[in-house]
Design a binder for this molecule. Structure first.
Ligand code: FMN
Length: 243
């Protein structure tokens, strides 16, 4: 666990310009006290390892432990990163397991994913001094899967998905409020809100997963399409120690 020696933020009197916090930033320092991660600590399967660390994050009471950074690359090679929420770790079968998030298919990230399906994900569970980095290709979830998830969401989130035109500018907030009122009238309380065709999930199928606590240990997929026998033998993943 990090020590409790965190440097306080800069005095607000000097926190108003470029001097804000060069000093404070230099002095921010954590004393990581947890034992380094060892190969013997890891589950043989990175999904099991992720589940164990996720359970630790929940047990520690971390706020939104499913929040992750999603990094994409645009058609003209520009990287972008933003926060999204992990909503599933599953797949049709063991070979297609992945990390699922939902979004607007007209957003900038969706345009990036159409151009370059490979993404990177990063979880940072700061109070535990742990990160998990995942990289691999993404693909859209099926409409049935998206529909099942959308219909499980609270009504406010459902209407929010219809309202929000992600990555677009609007004249003012009133535009969104008008749209919200219009949607509430069209789909009165007690009636189902249909799943928008412009909204859905992506599943990231990992090719590498790094668990880092002091030292990174990285699981690499041995082959992109491992044989069933390798799965049966539990030989799907190789583990390397990275410094
Ligand atoms: C805590 C938090 C969780 C978020 N979760 C999601 C999410 O699950 N899906 C999503 O599309 N946007 C989510 N957002 C908004 C994104 O970070 C981002 O602003 C938005 O998706 C537009 O990104 P883009 O223009 O790069 O496509 C979340 C933001 C925050 C602060």
């Amino acid at each position: 666990m990090p020590g409790d020696t965190q440097t306080p933020l800069a005095d607000p009197a000097v926190a108003d310009g470029s001097t804000i916090s060069c000093m404070a930033l230099q002095d921010l320092r954590e004393n990581y006290q947890q034992p380094p991660l060892r190969r013997a600590d890891l589950a043989a399967d990175p999904f099991d390892q992720f589940a164990a660390w996720f359970a630790d994050a929940q047990a520690a009471g971390l706020h939104e432990p499913n929040a992750m950074t999603l990094a994409t690359v645009s058609s003209n090679g520009r990287p972008a990163a933003r926060t999204v929420l992990l909503k599933g770790i599953d797949g049709a079968d063991a070979r297609h397991r992945g990390f699922v998030f939902y979004t607007n298919y007209t957003s900038d990230k969706a345009a990036d994913l159409a151009a370059h399906p490979h993404v990177a994900l990063n979880f940072h569970w700061s109070p535990l001094a742990r990160t998990v980095r995942i990289s691999g290709p993404s693909e859209k979830t099926s409409f049935q899967e998206t529909d099942a998830y959308f219909q499980s969401r609270p009504r406010g989130s459902q209407l929010g998905a219809w309202c929000s035109h992600q990555s677009r500018t609007i004249d003012n907030r009133g535009v969104l409020e008008d749209r919200q009122r219009e949607l509430e009238a069209r789909h009165p309380e007690g009636t189902p809100v249909p799943t928008p065709g412009f909204w859905g999930g992506y599943r990231v199928t990992p090719e590498a997963i790094e668990f880092c606590s002091c030292f990174p240990l990285v699981f690499f997929l041995r082959e992109k399409v491992p044989s069933y026998e390798q799965y049966a033998l539990g030989e799907t993943w190789a583990i390397d120690i990275w410094i």
